[in-house]
Each structure stands twice: as C-alpha cells, then as structure tokens.
Design a binder for this molecule. Sequence first.
Ligand code: G
Ligand code: MN
Length: 398
Amino acid sequence: MSDRNEAAWEQDSAGAFCAFARLISSLSPEVCSVSFHDQAAETLWLSEDFLLPEDHRLVEDSLADREAVQGMSYGEFEDARYAVALPIYDAHGDTCGAVRLTVDPHVQHARALEPLEQRLSPLIKCLAAEYARRTSLKLTADAPPLHAVDDALADERFELFVQPIQALNPETGHARFEVLLRLRVEDGSWAEPKEFLREAAKERSMPAVDRWVVRTLLAWLANNRKLWAKVPVVFAINLSAQSVTDANFIRYVESCVSKSGVPPQALCFEVTERFASSGNISAAESMQRLEALGAEVALDDFGGNSPSYGYLRRVPAHYFKIDASLIVAAPVDRFARAMIASIVRMASDLGVHTVAESVELEVQLDAVRALGVDYAQGYLMGRPAALAHFDFGAARRH
Ligand code: G
Ligand code: MN
C-alpha cells in the first residue's frame, strides 16, 4: 500500500473507532474512556493518552478467557474507577479483538440497572463488522516498512534504567534519580542511547522515543507509588532537541502528567546546554511550559562547550549538570577547578543547584565537594540499574 493509501486507511479506521467511542459514551454516560484492541491485544485506538500496564493485562485476559467479561478496580477513594474489557467475536465465534472501558461508579444513569454489557451488545455486533472490514483491508495491504527504532518500540526492546543523584549536603538535598534509556540487543546485553539514537534522530523518531519514555515512566510511577512517594523525590528525564522544539510533544507531556496523577514536582526535564543556548525560541518556550507545569528543568552537560551566559535570561533552569569533561579533570587541572568554582558561584547567585556528572573516583568526589557542588552522580555513587528492580530504599540510605 502506498504511504498515502496507508495514511488514508489509518484515518478512516480512526474515524470509525472515534464514532464508536462517541456512541458508547452516549449510551453509557458512566463510561470515562474507551480503547479498541486487536486479537493480539495491540491498541488500535484509544480515547486517552496512554494505558497503564493493568489495562493491557485486562485486555489480554479478556482475549484469553472468552467466557467472562473481565473487570478490575482502579485508584482509591474519590478517584475510584472500574475498568472492563469485553471481547469481540467474528462470524465464526472466535475472538477478533476487545474493547476496554473505564467506568466512573459515581455517575448515576437512568438505565444503570441494565448491565453495561447488555446495553452495549448491539453496538458490539457493529464493532465486530468493523473489525471484519479492517481485517479484509489489512490482508490486501503490504506491511509498511518499519525503521529500526519503530521496530524496537513495537517489540518492546526499550527499557528504563535509573541512576541515583546523591545530595552532598544531606540537610538541603533530597532524593533524585536520572531516568536513562537502554535498548536490549540480540546477545541479551543493553546498548546505551548514544549507540542507537543517532539513527533515531536522522529518522526524526526522537519525539516517538521520548514519548515512550514519558508514558512508560509515568505509568510505572502511577502504579508503584508506595516505592517512591513517601519522601520528596524527583525523576529526571532527558529530552532530545527534536522533542523540545515540538509543541505537540510538550502538550503530550502535559496531558500524560495530568492523567497519570503523578505530581509534576516529581519530574525534572534535562535539556543539553548546547541546545538550550542555541537561541532556538521554541526550545525556550517549551522549557518555560515545563516549568509552568510545576516540573523542574536542568541544563545537561553544562560548561562542556562554554557558551556565553546571556541565554540564561531566556531559559528557566533549576539545575546545572556540570559536564563530565570538567569532573574528570578536576583533581589534576587548575583550569577545570576554576571553571567549576565559577559555575557554582553563578548557580548560587541565580538560585540554581549544581550536579557533578560522571563521578567515578573518590578524588573527583573530594574535588567537587570542596568546590561546593550540591549533588554528585556517577558510577562511584551507583551504576544505572533497571527501574523495574531498582531498590529505592537502598539508594536513599547511601
Ligand atoms: O548526556 P547525559 O548526561 O544524560 O548522559 C548520561 C549517560 O552517562 C548515561 O548513558 C549513563 O549511563 C552515563 N553515565 C552515568 N554515570 C557515568 C559515569 O560515572 N561514567 C561514565 N563514563 N558514564 C556514566
Ligand atoms: Mn542527562
């Protein structure tokens, strides 16, 4: 199928799903959100920005266990919701997909005594016809070519790692972690971003990668509050130049943050100083919007290429992350120490905190501590480790 046909086909299907979603909410006002899934539980269309891992599991269960309508409770107290997944059957009685709905139990409806599945059953039959139409269209279509990063996103080969950022003055600092992206490669090891993101940038796929990071992190934070929410803690996310200049990306972040219920104060966005100082107006605007949302902003690799500081008037910054080249040189190079001292002085005048990046040796830690740097991050304090198995308690005790 040509690109144009492919796009038209996607739009046509999206239009049909959107119409079905509208019908569902007019028949059942207690429904808050809707998503449609194929036979393999892949999301075809959704009315919100992202689904929690529980939602995916619910859909998978409904596809696997055809007998029961699958349901689960969500959230607590006032925000409590209920989610159900209803399987959709083809003409042979086989499951061909599922529709997932979240229900607000507080919304009373005149027909509420009639169970949701019964009310929706004529509509589910129409949905089955729509699924059959899609399948027949898809069979005649060539698979669109996928790029390496799109493949990795589709195959779920990306993983989030975290690395602690340690406060050097425990009285003033609080728990901070940088979120790092890793790609699982064929031999089972992990590749670092610099090895695979160059290609993603060429393909202009960085906003897609950064969206994946944002929604995966927020879904994890929303589902694992007990592990991180007790103390003030901040997770720092790296943003690429392509994402910082994309207004749609910033809107996506705003919407994911509000839907996840994660306080924006728990997030920091890192933008490299090289890009933030380039004079790009949309980058400065994006950083201002992230700050207005309530999140922090950090300038990454700060002091690595020494621009003039005039740009700091236009971009908000709460943290300067001092470039690795200065930290490595600090124990032996008077010039590097003078640069760090001047960065620390300026940060303190501007009310900005400083972080030493890539601290690998005790002598480097001693040097940055003596120069008054607020935080240290690097292999000496802790290597990046998978978010899913990360021991936040141990990281905090260090
Ligand atoms: O550009 P940014 O500062 O976000 O880069 C972070 C990268 O640096 C990550 O990929 C992380 O794994 C790596 N890193 C973290 N700590 C150290 C360290 O102590 N030494 C080195 N060489 N790399 C580190
Ligand atoms: Mn960073």
